[in-house]
Design a protein around this ligand. Sequence first.
Ligand SMILES: Nc1ncnc2c1ncn2[C@@H]1O[C@H](COP(=O)(O)OP(=O)(O)O)[C@@H](O)[C@H]1O
Ligand SMILES: [Mg+2]
Length: 463
Amino acid sequence: MITYHPQRLAAALHIADVNRLAVETSVMGTKALVTIYPHDPLARVILADPEMLVMDARGRIWIGRYHNGRPSLLRLYDPASGSAQRLLLFGTTGAGKSTAGQIILAAMKRSGIAVLYADLKGGQSAPEAFGQAGPGLDGNVAWRVTTQEGTMAQLRTTWLTMMDRQERYARLGRSKFLRDRPDPLIYQIIDEANRLLEKGAPYRDEATFYIKDIGRTGRSLGVGIGLFAQAGHLEEMGGSDTLRAMLKEGEVVLLRWTSSMMKQLVTDGLLPAGQVLAPIPKYAGEVDLVSQFDEEHDDSDLPGTQGTAYNVNGRYPTSKMRFWNIGSSEPTEGLDPEVLDLYGPGAPPEIEEDAWGLIGDAYCQRLDGMEAYRAVFPEPEEDEDGEGGGKKKSGGGAKAAPSPVPAAAAKPKARTLRDRIQSVLDAHDDPLDALQILELVNADGGRAVKLGSVRNTLTAIRN
Ligand SMILES: Nc1ncnc2c1ncn2[C@@H]1O[C@H](COP(=O)(O)OP(=O)(O)O)[C@@H](O)[C@H]1O
Ligand SMILES: [Mg+2]
């Protein structure tokens, strides 16, 4: 088995700039390929034409290139199985997650993918990824939110859309998602996902539930999910094993990390143990020691390595790649015109109209904050069974949804626990245990119930 220490190898080969050295190992670890470049091969990675971002026939987008010039591809869709993917972008602050995210979002817009984008840095992460103000209007994503509440509204909207598709496809006798026939591929993207999922975050448990369920059920319904996060918080993001398992099966891209992050990723099984990935230094170029007695030294800034990454599920997991270098070289006053060009003009793809009745105002009016939250999560009901008392407000998003839509979304209040459990069972093919049913029932927007009641009702249903 070949093991090596990147820095020691560079020193032994008298290479002062480790970025000139590329080491790849085979999966078995029995072979290694060492390439020494005269200059940093990833110094300039230029996207010749935004049209190159369009998804290919095999569902992959071209996100950048490897040190050896080969294209680095990211799968968004698998036409053979009709499945959407789970994307994970990990890296420390400043590693280039949000910028890489813009490349992916632009590729999605150009490829006919409807995107719900939550930026938990208040909209600062990717200002050019602005959302539509309403159906048919210009925007670079279908719906952008910048608050925790807005993110929860998006997650629920994505989940309801997924449930709606499940029903509709079942009626059509379809077992697979067929892209754009008639529904578009949808992605729910959350930038700074750690802020939503870390301990103490206000919606941690609910968010975990939705992410898990979208990750589990959305694939075959054309609903994908993407999380961008500082992986140092991974332990906090892995609060549940199911979430961890979901992350593990995702398309993982690893940007510059810290040592604690790397350990965490391996412990959590997101990266294969024993696989050596040479660290990504913060700066490119030779870093020399300067003594106080050195009269002359060059203290100009070294170029950064932002956007350099390992595409862990790509063709060459141990090869360094770099995302396209995008945007103007100097910071711009407002939105960066070069980034806007990546997306191209006009309206982005949107969620299918079939689902609008169910998903309601939060999406249709592109709300954010508490307003969005209230539109999709009906307030708890005062009286026990809610018979007839449920319609106090009009236009209340999901509440106004017509039946025969699935999963309790339509009129959560006027339903008995038995109805609610039945919809959960109907919506899921896999066997569920009582705890999972409890979780799903409690997430349907109706009043919270206890495990005991679920168990009792299950017994009643069984009989
Ligand atoms: N692919 C890229 N092309 C050009 N500049 C980049 C790229 N990735 C990162 N950068 C630069 O690095 C800075 C930090 O990147 P950002 O995407 O905000 O990192 P993160 O989201 O991981 O904190 C950006 O403002 C940008 O100037
Ligand atoms: Mg960011």
